[in-house]
Ligand binder design. Structure first.
Ligand SMILES: [Zn+2]
Length: 195
């Protein structure tokens, strides 16, 4: 067994009710088996509630519930390959799959993007190249702002914006050589018209 310094042991003692062995191992740059040994060796006691919580978290049934499963479906844009359509979780009213991680609710495509590419800056949208809300293939996702989202919507003729209102042809106008689109009762500049 490696030598544990006092600070590390104190950290384990202090946090053993909040963090499980895997999480402790991550912080202390160790592995969960060593943490298990240390806890036993120094007879560090966890509260009953904590033990119950961790047991549940690592049970097979719970793991299965947390597992994200998807099926591969040919994308409507053949050059993109396969869409990953999530089958293990439910969708919300907008057609996006919801997932709960770290006590926070995520839209699955945002979660999938964060897992592969990292943190999504505030105010940015995760958009689908494949135009399939249920798709969680990170290769089909890209970041965009409000305007990109609107432009993307117009180009693909999706006809619905995130406020759930139908986007009619009349909601696009050309003004001073710029294409505008009506979003949330405001006109948003979308694209400069060339020529
Ligand atoms: Zn896709």
């Amino acid at each position: 067994m490696k030598k544990w310094i006092k600070e590390e042991l104190d950290f384990i003692r202090k946090n053993c009710n909040e963090l499980d062995n895997v999480q402790l191992a991550k912080v202390l740059n160790s592995n969960s088996n060593s943490i298990k040994c240390v806890i036993r060796f120094y007879s560090i006691k966890r509260s009953k509630e904590a033990l119950k919580k961790f047991r549940l978290l690592h049970s097979k049934k719970e793991k299965l519930k947390r597992q994200i499963r998807y099926k591969k479906v040919k994308c409507q844009y053949p050059e993109l390959g396969y869409c990953w359509i999530c089958t293990s979780h439910n969708k919300d009213s907008q057609g996006y799959i919801q997932v709960i991680r770290h006590k926070k609710q995520y839209q699955m495509h945002r979660y999938s993007y964060e897992k592969k590419y990292g943190f999504i800056p505030k105010g940015l949208f995760v958009l689908h190249k494949c135009d399939t809300p249920k798709c969680i293939n990170p290769n089909h996702l890209f970041l965009g702002n409000h305007t990109d989202n609107a432009l993307d919507m117009v180009q693909k003729g999706r006809g619905r914006n995130q406020y759930g209102t139908t986007l009619l042809e009349g909601t696009i106008r050309i003004h001073n050589g710029y294409k505008h689109i009506k979003l949330n009762k405001k006109w948003v500049y979308v694209k400069k018209i060339s020529g």
